[in-house]
Design a protein around this ligand. Sequence first.
Ligand SMILES: Nc1nc2c(ncn2[C@@H]2O[C@H](COP(=O)(O)OP(=O)(O)OP(=O)(O)O)[C@@H](O)[C@H]2O)c(=O)[nH]1
Ligand SMILES: [Zn+2]
Length: 217
Amino acid sequence: MSRARALRPEGVDDVDGRPGVTRPHLRVAGSRPAIDAAAAETAADALLTALGLDTTSEHLARTPHRMAQALIEMTSSEDFELTTFPNDEGYDELVLVRDIPVQSVCEHHILPFTGVAHVGYLPGRRILGLSKFARMVEWHARRPQTQERLTHEVATHLTDALRPRGVGVVVHAEHTCMSLRGAKVPGTVTSTSALFGRLREDPRSRAEFLELTRSTP
Ligand SMILES: Nc1nc2c(ncn2[C@@H]2O[C@H](COP(=O)(O)OP(=O)(O)OP(=O)(O)O)[C@@H](O)[C@H]2O)c(=O)[nH]1
Ligand SMILES: [Zn+2]
């Protein structure tokens, strides 16, 4: 099953003949093969055993199952319909949805990173259903990621879907691979941004966007 089909450039592709409703497009890297939950559980059992845990004990008997299910849940996003509307009023100021929760997993350690995303755009011919900003962030976050790629993917997705005059995405997140292990620096926040169009090129729009998205979790 393909995750979704590619959007038409103008972002008015349809789902079941409904104009303005699209589904997320394929990732540049290609769609992911089907998840094998049974194999994941067997592998989790082997990993726990290799770590010296007794998965035959009553306490841990279902831990390989839970572990596999938890990892599947944290790295699987649900498709959604991306509803857009015509910008009949010609609204041309910034639309910004702030503090969207980010829950992702770093692809280097398969450990969570969490924080917030601020997503905004300067509308062109179409506007986006407000709930879809959060769905879009979640869709790109629920897989092994880097924060940079996540930020860029959301900005690209919004650009493809709406062809707006400008797009800006800022993500502030804490990586548990840095806070709980390794460097062990809890409280460090990584900030990333992707700015396209006027939000990148026009100094006033850029400054306004960055000022409004400065806050961290
Ligand atoms: N750029 C980027 N790096 C990340 C992200 N998530 C984790 N990393 C980093 O990926 C790097 C992997 O480096 P390695 O040296 O191979 O891994 P490691 O030996 O576990 O490194 P330490 O974490 O320093 O102990 C680490 O520096 C992580 O902090 C991310 O979203 N973006
Ligand atoms: Zn990591």
